[in-house]
Design a protein around this ligand. Structure first.
Ligand SMILES: [Zn+2]
Length: 461
């Protein structure tokens, strides 16, 4: 652990047991910013299905439980549960190996000699894709060579010093900024301050990741886990109506229909019945990198429960000198999908990244590698990049548990009100209603259940 940990200096208000700010170099800031490059499904996986974002955890678990018969193929399940990050190789250079060690960067090729001697070799990121030449599973593991970066940090410039507030606002360090934080926190007397140095390793990095999603006092809670701090914002209630669409313009060629079942007394959505289009729309959020998901919400990300949006806003507003390059900044603000991950009917359009160059040593040197499309390894129709292909209908509970429709279990588990109070509404999500869908991207970060109520509210008008 000692070889891959970072010493971070905390300034503590020892009277009120809170963190004033943290002083850190580029290595620590790179680790924090790398959170933005993680696909949502990988966040749930790294946090052992306990991200604290109940809806997201439920969505992930729904994929775990989903029978293979509903999916295009086995690889699709793996793509949703273990989505590859386009920045994974850069992140292999992070000083704390929270991604690289817990989530090794591998690819898979065919182990058949006849295939290995060809000049072109197929590869995939999951071990469940058949070989394009012989049809056997490509399950021979090969380590991605670590991406060798130029000197000077991964995302941020290693000549810059940073400070970071309790709620993860990152800024270039200066005496004036330090003073203004003291003022903001109404600290008059410097004698209540003390320095604490903490070693950050993998465990601590994952702890911060989790807290950043659900808490507004991330560093304080990290330092004083037993202290009673100000409650984290309740993201699911107060300001629903203030949420408006962000800047990016979503596109939609297709409309998606869902049927909602509501309690007519309070308009609460109990469940929804949907087809494969909506299921793919929902599941594909697991492949969205966090930074892009936050980007879709752009102006109104502050309604989320945690303070990860401050990290995003910092990356957006910090001066160019703080970053290694604008490309590095873009990897945080608009991280792309991995190749072949796009679901073409997804209304929130996100581009796939291109990941071409790599060098392989050993007996497979000097070959051309072609990535196999895991969704259609034999060149068959890939159904608009769908993960789920099923003529079955699905039920979604308001906290995003997705199950194939079973009338009996729905009647028993979803309906806890008198049948006479149940009403049915059909909602169509098309281009004209794209505003609602933009909200959907944010809801997946913990309050996706609002997707339904927002739709209903709009419909009522
Ligand atoms: Zn083969």
């Amino acid at each position: 652990m000692s070889s891959s940990s970072i010493k971070v200096r905390f300034l503590i208000d020892k009277e009120r047991k809170r963190v004033v700010f943290v002083e850190a170099g580029s290595a620590f800031v790179d680790v924090l910013f790398s959170f933005l490059t993680l696909p949502l499904g990988s966040i749930v996986r790294l946090l052992n299905k306990q991200s604290g974002l109940v809806s997201l955890d439920n969505l992930y678990e729904s994929v775990v439980q989903l029978d293979a018969e509903h999916l295009q193929n086995d690889a699709c399940k793996e793509m949703l549960l273990h989505p590859w990050s386009v920045a994974a190789r850069q992140c292999g250079n992070l000083k704390i190996k929270y991604i690289y060690e817990l989530y090794p960067v591998l690819f898979y090729i065919c182990r058949e000699n006849n295939c290995l001697i060809q000049s072109t070799i197929y590869y995939a990121y999951t071990s469940t894709v058949p070989c394009g030449s012989c049809g056997n599973l490509m399950d021979f593991e090969v380590d991605w060579p670590k991406k060798i970066l130029d000197e000077g940090g991964i995302f941020v410039n290693d000549t810059v010093d940073f400070i970071m507030t309790d709620d993860l606002r990152v800024m270039q360090s200066s005496f004036a900024k330090g003073l203004s934080i003291l003022k903001e926190m109404q600290i008059q007397d410097a004698s209540i301050l003390e320095e604490r140095v903490i070693d950050f390793g993998t465990k601590e990095a994952l702890d911060l990741l989790k807290r950043s999603l659900i808490s507004k006092n991330v560093l304080t809670e990290f330092c004083f886990p037993d202290a009673c701090v100000e409650a984290s914002g309740d993201s699911s209630s107060s300001n629903k109506d203030e949420i408006v669409a962000g800047e990016a313009e979503p596109e939609a060629e297709n409309e998606i229909i869902l049927e909602l079942f509501l309690n007519k007394r309070n308009n609460e959505v109990l469940c929804a019945e949907v087809g494969e289009d909506f299921i793919n729309f929902l599941f594909s959020f697991l492949t969205f990198p966090l930074g892009s998901a936050l980007g879709f919400l752009s102006v109104n990300i502050s309604h989320l429960g945690g303070c990860i949006h401050n990290l995003y806003s910092s990356a957006k507003s910090m001066s160019s000198d703080c970053f290694k390059s604008e490309i590095c900044r873009d990897m945080l603000l608009t991280p792309k999908l991995s190749t072949f991950y796009e679901y073409k009917k997804q209304i929130l359009k996100l581009k796939e990244g291109l990941l071409k160059e790599f060098i392989v040593s050993g007996k497979i040197t000097g070959k051309t590698f072609i990535e196999q499309n895991p969704k259609s390894p034999k060149g068959e129709k890939d159904n608009d990049g769908a993960f789920v292909t099923s003529s079955k209908r699905f039920m979604i509970s308001d906290n995003l548990r997705v199950t194939p429709l079973s009338l009996i279990s729905s009647m028993c588990s979803e309906i806890d009100i008198p049948i006479s109070e149940l009403v049915r509404k059909e909602v169509s999500m098309d281009k004209t209603k794209s505003v609602q869908l933009k909200i959907a991207a944010g809801e997946i970060l913990g309050i996706m259940d609002m997707l339904f109520s927002m739709n209903f509210c709009t419909m009522k008008q």
